[in-house]
Design a protein around this ligand. Structure first.
Ligand SMILES: *[C@@H]1O[C@H](CO)[C@@H](O)[C@H](O)[C@H]1NC(C)=O
Ligand SMILES: *[C@@H]1O[C@H](CO)[C@@H](O)[C@H](O)[C@H]1NC(C)=O
Ligand SMILES: *[C@@H]1O[C@H](CO)[C@@H](O)[C@H](O)[C@H]1NC(C)=O
Length: 383
């Protein structure tokens, strides 16, 4: 069937800030790892001293699994002996789905990876990274005491005079206590909420005791207007979010050393390195790995909420983003209840995520758009 044109304008027209965002996707419980791709290659992106194993390997070697508490564990291999000149195994996963403007992401964890040489991140990116914008929600290295948020864009986006296309991007250091390291875990972890909308990008962090009860108890919807001042606020006034950001895919990874943690001066400052280029690798990555006992994420859940009445889920093939409208998936993961039908047709079972190669065979309707800088309407597709 063909879609009516107004769907596209509904998708891309500048929408007002929405108070309520409805649950469209949940990664949690025994199904946490459904809907992710494992990188399955050495780190050829940030020069880390790791091999990101594929899903079969990560599962067999227990680098990615769901623990007895129903939490997802994503970790660095801390049991293998790594000889000099070899890399250590770790995990990098990316969602098959892309989330458009008008999304709120909520990430609840009880432990983040930390320690010398460890460089974890929970972040988002467009299909043609580094084009299409990047939001770093959780990122830190070595023994840094606090989380650092950032956005990266192509040229033309600034925040308080900083060019977000350069270097570290537009960074904001977390000021609230216990946002990283052993302190984060000792405090029982915490929650990040990221609002990705035409009005701007906002990131909130709460240590466990400060998590708003409306958020902890949220099942079907969240309302950011009650959350107070975000830790990081990226305004649209000097950075048109709808221009610099395509729909975003979620990424969780743990690198070792590499372009940030392994920089000689960074490693020296945050781990007492001797200032040599190889200190990070030699001091940590090789040998028995018992130093990586804390290099793991323990994630209670990751949820995506949408301001739209429909569910917009997307997959990407060869630079083309396919945004699908379908009923929300039934998110009946452990103990979280079931989400039904705020979208057009709750009888549709497809989420539009297909196999990650652009196939959306279960989806009732979809539109394809080219993801070339500014999203522009490209073609219609039909079942
Ligand atoms: C990284 O390696 C994978 C697998 O070989 C390849 O498909 C990809 O293009 C590489 N990326 C870069 C940036 O070199
Ligand atoms: C995982 O892959 C590594 C190579 O990167 C290999 O040494 C190891 O045996 C594999 N483990 C499993 C359980 O397949
Ligand atoms: C691992 O190596 C460290 C030194 O590099 C040593 O202190 C520790 O005892 C070793 N652990 C095991 C289980 O062999």
């Amino acid at each position: 069937m063909r879609l009516a044109i107004p769907l596209a304008s509904a998708l891309f027209a500048a929408a007002p800030a929405h108070a309520a965002y409805n649950l469209v996707k949940e990664y949690s419980g025994t199904n946490f790892f459904d809907g992710w791709e494992f990188y399955g290659n050495y780190d050829n992106l940030t020069n880390g001293d790791v091999t990101y194993v594929d899903q079969a390997n990560a599962t067999a070697s227990k680098l990615a699994f769901v623990n007895e508490a129903g939490h997802a564990i994503i970790k660095v291999d801390d049991t293998s002996f790594v000889p000099y000149n070899e890399k250590r195994n770790s995990v990098r996963i990316e969602t098959k789905d892309y989330f458009p403007l008008g999304t709120v992401l909520v990430f609840d964890a009880t432990h983040l990876p930390f320690g010398c040489s460890v460089w974890p991140s929970f972040w988002t990116k467009g299909p043609n990274w580094p084009e299409g914008g990047e939001i770093d929600i959780i990122e830190a290295v070595n023994l840094m005491p606090a989380n650092q948020m950032a956005i990266h864009t192509s040229t033309g986006c600034t925040q308080s005079g900083t060019d977000c296309s350069q270097g570290a991007g537009c960074t904001v250091g977390e000021k609230a206590a216990n946002s990283y390291g052993s302190a984060f875990a000792s405090a029982g972890g915490g929650v990040w909420a990221t609002q990705f909308d035409t009005t701007g990008i906002n990131i909130w962090f709460w240590s466990r005791k400060d998590v708003p009860s409306s958020l902890s108890s949220a099942t079907d919807s969240v309302d950011p207007s009650s959350w107070g001042t975000p830790s990081a606020q990226y305004s649209t006034s000097t950075c048109d979010v709808s221009k610099f950001f395509t729909p975003q895919q979620l990424v969780i990874d743990i690198a070792l050393c590499g372009d940030w943690a392994g920089q000689a001066n960074v490693y020296q400052q945050t781990c007492n390195g001797d200032g040599s280029a190889t200190a990070c690798y030699i001091d940590n990555v090789i040998n028995n790995g018992t130093n990586y006992a804390d290099a793991f994420f323990e994630i209670s859940y990751l949820k995506a909420y949408s301001s739209s009445a429909d569910t917009f889920v997307a997959t990407v093939s060869a630079g083309t983003t396919v945004l699908a409208t379908a009923a929300p998936e039934s998110t009946s993961a452990a103990g979280t209840g079931t989400k039904t039908g705020s979208a057009a047709d709750s009888s549709s079972t497809g989420s539009g995520s297909g196999s990650g190669n652009g196939a959306v065979s279960n989806t009732r309707n979809y539109v394809a758009v080219a993801a070339a800088g500014l999203l522009s309407l490209f073609t219609w597709a039909m079942m």
